[in-house]
Design a binder for this molecule. Structure first.
Ligand SMILES: [Zn+2]
Ligand SMILES: [Zn+2]
Length: 344
């Protein structure tokens, strides 16, 4: 089968690999119908994911059809249409039982697919702990609608959930890339008084304006001014930082009002420094949110009820044979790309 592979730092290649086999009674093999490229794949390419193993197939956002299940798999069967969770989790350890599946203590737990074990930018994938890692797609939900459930939409959902958003809040979301927009969609479900999206790319601000006219959009240069104007207490009640650079990181705590919640879900390429003396007395509550994909069934149900729709994010479609080109476009943000669907 074809598999897009992390060959070396900075070097990815579409190669032939054998079709994966069941290795464990809890595994399933999924025939992938659609996958996507995530910024985390680029982080692997750039060497900023130390856990990433050379030679693995990339890809951790995918949907497909169950091809084969191990003897201990109970929740899915051959022929089921499923989303694949970016997280691998056992469902039994302390962290899994408390809903912190990202911190599963199993040796295969956490972000394994497309990082430590072969992922989904391929024609087939082996999913360990398939009962936890696969969610059935409702019949009225298309592959396109379900494509982001297991990763960026789960991230946005988790971000909105841990940010404790209340109806009178002004929420600032920094970054309107794919994950930022998923975070926006999940924040909208909480009905805060105002949502401001700060994004440096004018085209992406336009995308938000066009699709979600009630959202206030602003460039980083005007962000402080806008947040002050739109907030009742001198700063945002909740800030969710998704952009992932030094400027956005500093902006996140600076735009927050005292005692606000600042949720950091961005994955940075280097360490960030909190200037604690400058922040003294601001009494912020910081939360960090590496995706915790424990709500996929709820997200699928919200999609089924037409409360979340991420299909406008799919701006491009490519066949797996042209994945190289798709990466070029995604990495260089060409042609107003937001997300790319890779179709098998
Ligand atoms: Zn991802
Ligand atoms: Zn676990």
């Amino acid at each position: 089968m074809l598999a897009y592979t992390y060959k070396n730092y900075g070097f990815l290649e579409l190669i032939e690999k054998p079709k994966p086999k069941l290795l464990n009674p809890k595994d399933a093999i999924v025939r992938i119908t659609m996958s996507s490229i995530c910024t985390s794949d680029l982080h692997i390419k750039h060497g900023s994911v130390p856990k990433a193993v050379l030679g693995i197939t990339l890809g951790h956002e995918m949907v497909g059809i169950v091809e084969e299940t191990g003897s201990e798999v109970e929740n899915v069967k051959k022929g089921d249409r499923v989303t694949v969770n970016v997280e691998t989790f056992c469902g039994k350890c302390f962290y899994c039982k408390n809903g912190f599946v990202n911190n599963c203590t199993d040796k295969d737990g956490g972000w394994a697919l497309g990082c430590r074990i072969d992922g989904g930018q391929a024609q087939y994938v082996r999913v360990p702990y398939a009962d936890q890692g696969l969610n059935k797609i409702p019949a009225s939900v298309s592959d396109e609608q379900a494509l982001f459930v297991g990763d960026i939409l789960a991230t946005g959902f988790w971000a909105a959930k841990i940010s404790e958003i209340k109806v009178n809040d002004t929420v600032l979301i920094i970054g309107a890339g794919p994950t930022g927009i998923c975070t926006l969609l999940c924040t909208m479900l909480k009905n805060p008084k105002k949502i401001i999206v700060c994004e440096k790319d004018e085209k992406r601000r336009d995308f938000v304006k066009n699709h979600y006219p009630n959202i206030i959009t602003v460039s980083p240069e005007k962000c402080f001014e806008s947040v002050k104007k739109e907030s009742e207490n001198g700063g945002a009640d909740v800030v969710i930082e998704v952009a992932g650079n030094e400027e956005s990181f500093q902006m996140a705590w600076q735009t927050a009002r005292p005692n606000a919640i600042v949720t950091i879900i961005a994955l940075y390429e280097k360490p960030m420094i909190l200037p604690l003396p400058d922040m003294y007395g601001k009494n912020l509550i910081f939360k960090t949110g590496g995706v915790d994909g424990c709500d996929c069934d709820e997200i699928l149900s919200l999609i089924e009820q037409r409360k979340i729709d991420t299909t406008p994010l799919i701006t491009h479609k490519f066949s797996i044979k042209d994945i190289e080109k798709a990466y070029q476009i995604f990495e260089n943000k060409l042609d107003n790309v937001i997300k790319i669907a890779i179709i098998n």
